[in-house]
Design a protein around this ligand. Structure first.
Ligand SMILES: [Zn+2]
Ligand SMILES: [Zn+2]
Length: 598
């Protein structure tokens, strides 16, 4: 291990230890030093600057590149700690390869090997750590050379012993600062790191967790752990919270994004956020919230950082400390996020370390994961029902039905809304398509490149009609009608906002003005009434108001899934009989006024 201590200012009293000076040290003679806290979060298994779907390098991300920033930050400030804040072992092709193929029971998981090489001091768990079950979690972290932290996950009698033994509720990091006049003496600095994650994991990974662990709410668990750390003599307390803060709102309370509330816990010296994949300070994402200073990087006065996603940034909090009257005090702080940019070179030793896993992942992406009986194409999805959109809709429906059953909500009809992400605006345009036959992992990933997650909203029949009217703006009006459906696709309306809703039958009459185009709207053969209630599986972007769909602003959301839709597509295919997608293309909506349909 590196020896990590630093001394900035010389104390002048001559005793054996500063604390034993005859009189309290004056301001001018106080011992001061700076502790640097470095954070990574939401790395999601992105070890290299490489995109396995595009099969090409991808700059601006990858822990091997973030590592260059870590090395630089350590050189600048030798008294430091490096904290990982969760969502580490899921979310990349390499992580998927590791789950499917890597002999984790016998060998050190490649992600943990990289963290060991980087000499992390502690890793807080995030929600995605639980996606593959508790046995896999325990095996993955078995060889970690650092404490594995969670202050709100509680073991129960059924928790695997290996995990119970590995998890700690407070990670103690011991540092020391050399005494200015007594080179053999040093002043200890005991840092306690407390960590929490969203209790919603009990919903999101219900099947893995429901009878095996318990999770307390983040605010009460963190408050209690901070108090314990104080009682046990912590000089400094760092709260690693795998959570963000509410956005686009001035309302700070949220039980999944609780960062603002956590900043109010007395005794927290630094707050590390994550989970939302946002960058703070330096962006305006939280500007509407009270007591947030995005220039200084404070939330309610507490130095706070959030370092983006996939290793895009390193979070850095410098605490200027003063030792006086036998205690350490924080005098000043400086918060920054440092970005991995195009010219940030990855650390070659780390690239070499994961080279075998990288090669194995490349081969893994070419591997068949199932079959489809029909082509899954977005080509004509802007004017007729599409195989690719329906595959996504069916996968969303499959996942939503499981989540709804686990949550025990009132039974209602469940629909599924999705848009074509890479369709065509004209017959000559290319678009993403998977041919009928064997489907590889890489091909399926191509269908859904956005890191969206699944949300379920509860809406009325009237809201459904308004939803579809918004999509119908994807056509330009043609009062007489035309043979050519390409001619009426609105080129200014993005593909990702052209939702269709599986489970409903309807027409879009492009001869009519906007707002009056959705006709013959039925559910199971019956007209949809304004007051009828439905669940709709959709993505988090749409559910939270993306695309300005009327009546969708996040408040209709009844369930939030944690997995990306890319993952859901994979798991859906894997769960199909014979891993074969046999659904016929259901032509549940039609454009009236083009292509001969009048
Ligand atoms: Zn994440
Ligand atoms: Zn997360």
């Amino acid at each position: 291990m590196l020896q990590r201590f630093n001394l900035l200012m010389i104390a002048t009293c001559g005793g054996l230890a500063v604390a034993s000076c005859g009189s309290p040290m004056s301001e001018s003679t106080a011992l001061t030093t700076t502790l640097r806290i470095m954070e990574t979060s939401d790395v999601h298994g992105q070890l290299l600057s490489y995109d396995y779907f595009a099969k090409a390098p991808k700059h601006g991300q990858g822990l091997a590149a973030t590592a260059a920033l870590i090395a630089q930050a350590r050189t600048e400030q030798p008294l430091n700690i490096l904290v990982e804040n969760g969502d580490l072992i899921q979310g990349s092709a390499l992580a998927d390869y590791a789950v499917a193929d890597f002999p984790v029971a016998q060998q050190t998981h490649p992600i943990i090997a990289m963290l060991n090489a980087l000499e992390y001091d502690v890793a807080n768990l995030g929600n995605h750590e639980f996606n593959f079950g508790l046995e896999y979690l325990a095996q993955t972290y078995r060889d970690a050379n650092f404490p594995v932290l969670s202050s709100n996950v509680r073991s129960t009698a059924a928790t695997p012993v290996a995990l119970t033994e590995r998890l700690t509720d407070i990670a103690w990091l011991e540092r020391s600062v050399a005494h200015p006049q007594q080179p053999n003496q040093s002043i200890p600095l005991r840092i306690a790191v407390v960590g929490v994650l969203p209790p919603q994991i009990m919903q999101w990974d219900h099947h893995h967790l429901h009878d095996k662990i318990a999770v307390d709410d983040m605010l009460s668990a963190a408050t209690a752990a901070v108090q314990r750390a104080q009682q046990q003599g912590a000089d400094l307390i760092v709260l690693a919270a795998h959570t963000g803060m509410p956005q686009d709102t001035s309302k700070p309370e949220d039980d999944e994004q609780t960062g603002w509330l956590l900043a109010g816990i007395k005794g927290v010296d630094a707050l590390l956020l994550g989970h939302q994949h946002k960058v703070f300070p330096g962006t305006d994402v939280y500007d509407l919230l009270p007591e947030v200073d995005t220039e200084r990087g404070t939330v309610r006065g507490v130095p706070t950082v959030q370092p983006g996603v996939y290793g895009s940034h390193l979070g850095v909090i410098d605490l200027q400390l003063q030792y006086q009257d036998g205690a350490w005090q924080v005098r000043e702080h400086k918060v920054a996020t440092r970005a991995v940019i195009e010219t940030t070179a990855a650390v070659p030793e780390l690239e070499a370390l994961v080279a075998p896993a990288h090669e194995a992942t490349l081969a893994f992406m070419e591997r068949p994961i199932g079959r489809t009986q029909q082509p899954l194409s977005y080509q004509t999805a802007r004017w007729q029902a599409s195989g690719a959109v329906q595959f996504v809709q069916r996968a969303q429906l499959w996942q939503a039905q499981q989540l709804l059953a686990a949550a025990g909500l009132e039974p209602l009809p469940v629909l599924s809304a999705a848009a074509p992400f890479d369709a065509a605006f004209s017959a000559d345009d290319s678009a993403t398509a998977v041919a009928a036959g064997t489907v590889t992992r890489g091909a399926l990933g191509d269908l859904y490149r956005y890191p969206n997650t699944l949300d379920v909203v509860k809406v009325t029949g009237a809201q459904l009609k308004a939803w579809l009217e918004q999509s119908a703006k994807g056509f330009v009006q043609h009062e007489q009608g035309t043979d050519d459906c390409w001619a009426v696709v609105n080129p200014n309306f993005p593909h990702y906002n052209f939702d269709s809703i599986l489970g409903l039958n309807y027409h879009i009459d492009i001869r009519l003005p906007e707002g009056e185009r959705v006709q013959a709207l039925t559910y199971q053969g019956q007209p949809v009434t304004d007051a009828q209630a439905f669940y709709v599986a959709t993505n988090n972007y749409r559910a939270n108001g993306g695309g300005d769909f009327p009546g969708l602003d996040g408040s209709q959301t009844v369930l939030r899934g944690a997995d990306t839709l890319g993952d859901i597509l994979l798991r859906y295919m894997d769960a199909l009989p014979e891993k074969t997608y046999e659904e016929k293309l259901e032509k549940h909506w039609q454009v009236i006024g083009c292509g001969g349909r009048i």
